[in-house]
Write a new protein. Structure first.
Length: 431
């Protein structure tokens, strides 16, 4: 809770927006790509418990989301004007992951009942049934249910490292999410607001004793790329459903029974997509430059190698201060932090032109007039914008949609220059 206050301050004071001036596509690329690449061990571990089930999950997700994406399912719909009518529903485009999980889950259940799987197989659907049986039907959640939170300087400083890593990962996730949803790159005020709100979410999570913080989740962002659903209404209704089902213990326990190989197959698809989205940012920089090749190649490889070594040698870092050891171990074991920082340092110190670095695109975006950037309305507040636009004092609030950037003029002045081809979800993103 206390460490999350730092994240709230970084977001709502606009500190993150100031740092963004020095971030180019060369920095964004390894940060985003390493979000997916760094999780290859988890994907491999889950999948290796039964590769056939994992490959079946991958096959179905690929079949539904790629090969059958243009096939619609006829169904009936109702409107006041035309009453009942026949419409084409993009079933395979919207639910490829869910359908793949359900189908393979049923297959695993059949193979479990027929004892095709051994008693010790991780692909069995009854290996964790005890969780479903022991879970309570209803459970009311309330603050401090595990007692009053305790605070110590060592734990706060240790968690601060996790907060810093979370901030770096979230910035990369915001760009990925915008790109996959067909929205323009997030403006400064949106990133500031996102970081601040994540901090508030972590404070609430700590108060409720949930055991985990609140941050951008790469798997969910990957789901946007697969399902092509980027509407805010979906997220809002999903949040309401999660509120309701959090009280029903049996519902959460049901998903615990999903066999690990199925999860591994989903991970392989999602993490691969996130990695590809990160690499796609290189189209805006000059990759014929040896400077850029060095920065991208080294930051990616070093971002994988150093965290791997740190995790394999716990306790090796010794500064004669336990708190400092924890901070360094958390930061240096986070791939996106290591790769992003290395790329940030090299990109801002090794000589290179703005065109070579891709910064000319960023500056062009920031230099456009607000009138030509209607797409940025998707980053406005859902209500009250007419009042906010009339209050000039709010132009100096770093998380307000009318925020005037510290240096480059209007903070809203970013258009879809980095993402001209992905427009199929822009309208949904505004909902």
């Amino acid at each position: 809770m206390v460490a999350s206050v730092f994240q709230v301050v970084v977001g709502f004071t606009g500190i993150m927006g100031l740092i963004l001036r020095y971030i180019s596509p060369l920095v964004i690329t390894p940060t985003i790509a390493l979000v997916g690449l760094s999780l290859f061990e988890a994907a491999a571990d889950y999948s290796s418990k039964n590769w056939w089930i994992s490959l079946g999950t991958i096959f179905l997700i690929t079949l539904f989301s790629q090969y059958l994406r243009n096939i619609t399912v006829p169904c009936l719909s109702y409107s006041k004007t035309r009453r009942c009518k026949k419409t084409a529903f993009p079933f395979f485009t919207l639910f490829p992951v869910i359908m793949a999980i359900v189908v393979i889950w049923i297959v695993c259940a059949i193979l479990t009942i027929t004892d095709v799987f051994s008693k010790t197989s991780e692909a069995r659907t009854d290996s964790r049934l005890f969780v479903l049986e022991e879970a309570a039907w209803f459970r009311l959640l309330y603050p401090c249910q595990w007692g009053i939170p305790t605070v110590s300087a060592a734990s706060v400083l240790g968690m601060m490292a996790g907060v810093l890593a979370s901030i770096v990962e979230s910035v990369g996730d915001y760009y990925v999410c915008a790109r996959l949803a067909g929205a323009p790159p997030p403006p400064t005020h949106a990133i500031n607001r996102g970081i601040g709100i994540e901090g508030i979410g972590c404070i609430i999570a700590g108060l409720w004793g949930s055991g985990n913080g609140t941050t951008s989740y790469s798997e969910n962002i990957g789901a946007i790329g697969i399902t092509k659903v980027g509407s805010r209404r979906v997220i809002q209704f999903g949040a309401i459903i999660m509120f309701l089902f959090s009280i029903i213990g049996k519902f959460g326990a049901l998903f615990v029974t999903i066999p690990d190989p199925i999860i591994g197959g989903v991970f392989l698809v999602m993490f691969g997509l996130i990695t590809a989205v990160g690499i796609s940012n290189l189209q805006y920089v000059n990759m014929n430059s040896s400077r850029n090749l060095f920065i991208v190649g080294f930051s990616l490889f070093f971002g994988i190698s150093l965290p791997y070594w740190v995790r394999k040698h716990p306790g090796y870092i010794d500064t004669n201060n336990e708190t400092a050891n924890q901070i360094l171990e958390v930061l240096l074991s986070t791939s996106m932090f290591v790769g992003g920082v290395v790329a940030f340092i090299f990109d801002n110190t090794i000589p290179g032109s703005k065109e070579e670095r891709g910064m000319s695109v960023w500056e062009k975006v920031r230099g456009q007039s607000t009138a030509s950037n209607k797409d940025l309305e998707c980053y406005d507040f859902p209500f009250g914008m007419n009042v906010i636009k009339k209050m000039t004092v709010l132009q100096h609030i770093p998380f307000c949609p009318t925020f005037m950037d510290w240096k480059c003029g209007n903070g809203r002045n970013q258009e879809n220059a980095l993402n001209p081809e992905n427009t199929e979800l822009t309208q949904n993103s505004r909902l």
